[in-house]
Design a protein around this ligand. Structure first.
Ligand SMILES: NC(=O)c1ccc[n+]([C@@H]2O[C@H](COP(=O)([O-])OP(=O)(O)OC[C@H]3O[C@@H](n4cnc5c(N)ncnc54)[C@H](O)[C@@H]3O)[C@@H](O)[C@H]2O)c1
Ligand SMILES: [Zn+2]
Length: 665
């Protein structure tokens, strides 16, 4: 008995942990299939041993995505999860249960299950007033500012039959095209990749800077409507109307009268979904009539009138031949599994990602093992398990390498990080060449030179870092094997042209860890020349929007390193841009110098983010809360009563949009 209790507790704590990784961090460490298997195990044990019931068990509660950087809002109608199954038999069971309970005619609507993160959108008098995440089902995070940036979420609904108050629910997704572009950029930055579009979408929706959210190109798919005076008692009808109001309702949904029709839908869409621009992971079945839905009711976690049939991820079994390691330009070492080639979702897979040491240990991998490979939402296939029964001869246990595969230096692991690094950044050839390759990319200095040429010039001793490119002479190049006058001139011209590349791109090209394109742009705006940036303290850096501790420390570490400082000095000598251009500078003033301004409420002329940017551009400071140091409150409509009261007490001046804009004249 005792051991059952322990088993239940262990499953609960594992599931809580996985929920946290998935919903809050957007970084799951196990596959959904594995998660669902653990959950099912727990539910079976709980059903057999009801004496261990716990209202906090992950089996009775919705996994929470709440993040304290946002304001929480209580849902008017709770946001539940869905009962999940991978089995067709359970779809039949569901259908029969509904039939028995209702004991009357009913219809089932089949819809695709979009795999993103759920959102609730409230429209009052046709205007979007609030967007909230599912949270713990009872209350969620207010992400209205971010949701407003999503292209197909209308701010105003069109049509004269829109009820005065409606709530629609849907899924926020990152289309494959945006996902691939984002991961490509992250790979260039050697930042951890998003495992799939779902994690990318949920991570993005919870960002603090709406401009970054806007740039990530999310999309919404609406699948339900709630409210006190809905236009119809049919879910399908309501969705059709919603589409007419401008909401993005997928036209893949279908009304089905029989089980045969339901199975035909499942069969059709298991294949057809692969051509959609967004990720789906199953089909959701819903009883169409809202009255019948109400009669069927809900548990604390799921409605009883709906079930989700999930498609299993495609899997293959193959043999692990070896594990190799790659070093990147930042020194991060990543393990790669080399597999006996196997066909998976139409492509031959030879390699799989192993992420890091913890992932390898969790799998308990041995060379020669038969392993399961999956290609779910991920671009790079991954190993999800080992067939331990098939181990006749146990090969060597896979342990993470302790030495750099390139230069042999012992690796180091930073606290709080799963990755290992080669610390020999100045002498490790792969890192050196990697940094030069990054320096010349299109988004950085845009010099037309490929990795082979970089390798050749490095081997010949002509360049030992990116600054040496600017020292290259015609005579150095023209005599190289297979080179001639044209190729030599082309390269020199391209190098020369790069001298006019703007400051923010030069900052990006330097390859400071964690300083990607967007961060470089923000840094350039906040510190208009390199001297100001080099002198900035961690405190000054984190005061800039979206710049966190991790980035700030990386920047200060860069400028504390004499080798880096010397590199910058040489580039400067060669004439690269290390200050914002005149036009960019002209937009900056110090009209608000020394003033601390709080923004509150909603505005008509510009968005909050635009006002925030204007304050910074003009030398002011934007702070989040009213204190005795606040000089002004820039107040729009619906300014919070708490702020108003505090401002009154402290005697802070309140100005409106027009007065603020006049200050900048
Ligand atoms: N890998 C992990 O560590 C981990 C951790 C936690 C959860 N998970 C996965 O998440 C699942 C649980 O997550 P969940 O509670 O969000 O459930 P879910 O994602 O399985 O299903 C419910 C959600 O489906 C969405 N949905 C998409 N299309 C829909 C449609 N047409 N109609 C209605 N809803 C639609 C809604 O947002 C709804 O909240 C688990 O089954 C598991 O697969 C994985
Ligand atoms: Zn090395």
């Amino acid at each position: 008995m005792e051991s059952v209790k322990l088993q239940i507790e262990s499953l609960r704590s594992q599931l809580h942990e996985h929920n946290y990784n998935y919903y809050v961090l957007s970084q799951p460490t196990i596959s959904d299939f594995e998660f669902d298997r653990l959950m099912r195990q727990l539910m079976e044990l709980e059903a057999a041993y009801p004496e261990y019931y716990d209202p906090n068990s992950p089996s009775v509660r919705v996994g929470s995505d709440i993040n304290n950087n946002f304001t929480q809002v209580v849902h008017r109608f709770p946001m539940l999860s869905l009962q999940n199954t991978y089995s067709e038999g359970e779809v039949t069971d569901f259908y029969n249960r509904v039939k028995r309970t209702l004991n009357e005619e009913f219809e089932i609507v089949c819809e695709l299950k979009f795999d993103g993160t759920s959102i609730s959108l409230v429209y009052e008098n046709g205007r979007l007033t609030r967007a909230v995440t599912r949270g713990d089902g009872r209350k969620g995070d207010d992400v209205t500012a971010n949701a407003r940036t999503i292209r197909n979420i209308p701010l105003v609904l069109k049509g004269d039959d829109v009820p005065p108050y409606i709530e629609v629910r849907g899924e926020i997704l990152m289309p494959w095209s945006s996902f691939d572009a984002l991961n490509k950029e992250r790979a260039e930055q050697e930042e951890p990749l998003f495992a799939n579009p779902r994690n990318a979408a949920s991570g993005t929706l919870k960002m603090q800077d709406s401009r970054v959210v806007a740039s990530r190109k999310l999309e919404s798919y609406i699948y339900s409507m709630l409210g006190d005076s809905l236009p119809s008692r049919s879910h399908f009808e309501n969705m059709t109307l919603a589409r007419g109001w401008g909401l993005n309702v997928s036209d893949t949904m279908r009304k089905c009268g029989t089980l045969e029709e339901i199975f035909a839908y499942l069969k059709e869409w298991d294949v057809a979904r692969k051509t959609l621009p967004v990720i789906t992971d199953g089909v959701v079945l819903k009883v169409d009539s809202l009255t019948q839905q109400r009669n069927l009711g809900a548990t604390s976690k799921f409605p009883r009138w709906s079930i989700a049939f999930k498609f299993s991820a495609e899997q293959a079994v193959t043999r692990l031949e070896s594990v190799s390691y790659q070093v990147g330009r930042t020194g991060a070492v990543t393990p790669v599994a080399n597999l006996e080639p196997v066909l998976l979702s139409g492509t031959t897979v030879k390699r799989a990602s192993l992420y890091n040491e913890d992932a390898i240990l969790a799998l308990d991998l041995h060379i020669g093992d038969r392993v399961y490979v999956e290609k779910g939402g991920e671009i790079i296939p991954k190993i999800t398990g080992v067939d331990k029964e098939a181990r006749f001869l146990l090969g060597d246990r896979v342990t993470f390498t302790r030495k750099c595969p390139d230069c042999g230096t012992p690796l180091v692991r930073n606290e709080d990080e799963a990755a290992y690094y080669c610390p020999n950044s100045e002498g490790c050839p792969t890192q050196i060449k990697g940094r030069i390759e990054h320096f010349v990319t299109r988004k950085a200095m845009d010099i037309t030179i490929g990795p082979e040429t970089i390798n050749l010039l490095y081997e010949k001793g002509l360049i030992s870092d990116a600054a040496d490119l600017y020292r290259l002479r015609f005579e150095d190049l023209v005599y190289l094997e297979r080179w001639g006058q044209t190729s030599a001139n082309n390269l020199l011209e391209s190098i020369e042209r790069s001298k006019s590349v703007s400051y923010e791109r030069v900052l990006y090209a330097l390859g400071i860890r964690f300083v990607g394109e967007t961060v470089a742009r923000k840094l350039a705006q906040a510190f208009p020349d390199i001297d100001q940036l080099a002198q900035a303290t961690v405190e000054q850096l984190v005061a800039v929007d979206e710049i966190g501790e991790r980035i700030a420390r990386s920047v200060t570490a860069y400028f504390a390193n004499t080798l880096c400082v010397d590199f910058v000095r040489r580039l400067r000598q060669y004439g690269l841009q290390f200050a914002l251009s005149q036009e960019m500078l002209a937009a900056k003033t110090d009209k608000l110098k020394g003033l601390s301004i709080v923004i509150s409420g909603t505005f008509e002329l510009h968005s909050r983010d635009e006002y925030k940017a204007m304050i910074l551009q003009n030398g002011g400071k934007n702070s989040g809360s009213v204190s005795k140091n606040t000089d002004y409150i820039l107040a729009g409509e619906n300014m919070g009563p708490a702020k108003l009261e505090k401002a009154g007490k402290l005697g802070v001046k309140i100005i409106d949009e027009k007065a603020f804009l006049e200050m900048l004249q």
